[in-house]
Design a protein around this ligand. Structure first.
Ligand SMILES: NC(=O)c1ccc[n+]([C@@H]2O[C@H](COP(=O)([O-])OP(=O)(O)OC[C@H]3O[C@@H](n4cnc5c(N)ncnc54)[C@H](O)[C@@H]3O)[C@@H](O)[C@H]2O)c1
Length: 355
């Protein structure tokens, strides 16, 4: 008896103490498939691909994993070692609750996912012009689309790479997907920041604030003051703000990312939450209304206006009523975006100098 016990206790942990055949039957009894590749080939359920797993991609992945909306999350990055390390790190967070499988994906596999979130991009190098950066990022997205094409027929492509309106425009142009299935995060993050600062001033919850930032996700954005409400009541009745205060709010929202970037070098948690909320609205066919950057055929450009989204993408683009000044500011923003998009594809010095 003593001999049997010590033989069992002092066996090495690996190779296993049980014969392999009994281990297999033990697992089949528990309905656990020990073969990883079998799990993958047998896979059914919503799949989300994240292209680019840097700071933003990782925050998006983490938020999606813990919203428990997908069965599988595929990760792809140019830097393979870094990509694999990010996958392993993210997987370590998946043991608590219902979690998707997280694994590296090939370009072809990513193109077959239900949602493809594109965060890959490069940052401005020292001495590099904004136009040169735009052209490099255009190269990154076009290269990626060519390797993923043809996309799953009902795939939704969500652009995050900046400048997001321009990249969304090129995604509509080059992905081969219907325009309704391609959009960018647009001014959702700016709108979140706007709601938060108005909520703080009015001492209410941010979700009690109804507001939109429209136009460019960038310097030329416009706050739709004439549409803003708190608990359904026009903002001027609840929180009257004078011209200076409105200007202060607008500047706070416009430059929040710059301020954070100066101190921490990046912003990622906010956009992570924004993208996982967009993915939820798509997969649950929620018909949420969000200021997404999407294609407007009357302007031939992508910019943000509220839109209804569901499993098929943009269900309807909504015509928000703006006052004269707001409309003029939006038109200026659209013209700026059109100039930049044109110059990116036709880099003539005369146009480049106006960027
Ligand atoms: N839309 C928004 O509201 C919003 C908010 C924050 C950041 N962003 C943008 O998101 C993008 C990513 O930001 P970040 O901080 O994560 O940058 P990052 O440098 O940390 O990550 C970018 C990743 O993309 C990868 N990559 C580059 N080229 C690639 C290619 N050809 N194929 C596959 N992977 C490639 C890089 O290896 C890197 O890991 C930037 O363009 C940033 O401006 C957008």
């Amino acid at each position: 008896m003593g001999f049997v016990l010590s033989a069992l206790l002092f066996q090495p942990l690996y190779p296993p103490r049980f014969p392999v055949s009994s281990l297999a039957s033990f697992h089949s009894h528990l309905h656990v498939d020990v073969s990883f590749s079998h799990i993958m080939s047998d896979f059914q359920g919503p799949r989300i691909a994240i292209i680019g797993i840097g700071k933003v991609g990782a925050a998006v992945a983490y938020s999606i994993i813990h919203k428990q909306i997908a069965s599988e999350v595929l990760i792809l990055d140019l830097k393979e070692d870094f990509q694999d390390a990010q996958v392993q790190d993210l997987r370590d967070s998946t043991s608590f609750g219902i979690s998707p499988r997280v694994r590296p994906g090939t370009w072809k596999e990513c193109g077959q996912c239900d949602i493809i979130v594109f965060t890959a991009g490069t940052n401005q190098k020292a001495g590099e012009s904004r136009l040169a950066l735009l052209q490099r990022n255009l190269g990154v997205i076009r290269g990626g689309f060519e390797k993923m094409a043809p996309f799953k027929e009902d795939a939704i492509l969500v652009m995050v790479t900046n400048p997001v309106d321009i990249m969304t425009y090129f995604a509509v142009k080059y992905s081969g997907l219907p325009a309704s299935q391609v959009f960018g995060s647009g001014t959702i993050l700016d709108t979140t920041r706007l709601k938060d600062t108005i909520a703080q001033r009015a001492k209410v919850a941010p979700r009690a604030v109804h507001a939109y930032v429209v136009g460019e996700h960038g310097d030329s954005q416009t706050i739709a003051w004439s549409n803003m409400a708190i608990g359904g009541i026009p903002v001027d009745q609840v929180l009257p703000l004078d011209v200076d205060e409105k200007h202060e709010v607008a500047e706070f929202v416009r430059f929040k990312a710059d301020r954070l970037n100066k101190v921490k070098g990046e912003t990622s948690f906010g956009i992570g939450a924004v993208i996982s909320s967009i993915c939820t609205s798509i997969l649950l066919d929620e018909r949420h209304v969000l200021p997404l950057s999407h294609y407007h055929s009357d302007y031939g450009m992508c910019f943000s206006k509220p839109a209804i989204i569901g499993r098929r993408g943009i269900v309807k683009s909504l015509d928000i009523l703006l006052d004269e000044d707001e409309q003029a500011s939006l038109e200026k923003s659209i013209n700026k975006l059109k100039t930049v998009a044109y110059a990116t594809e036709n880099p003539e010095p005369a146009i480049a100098s106006r960027l």
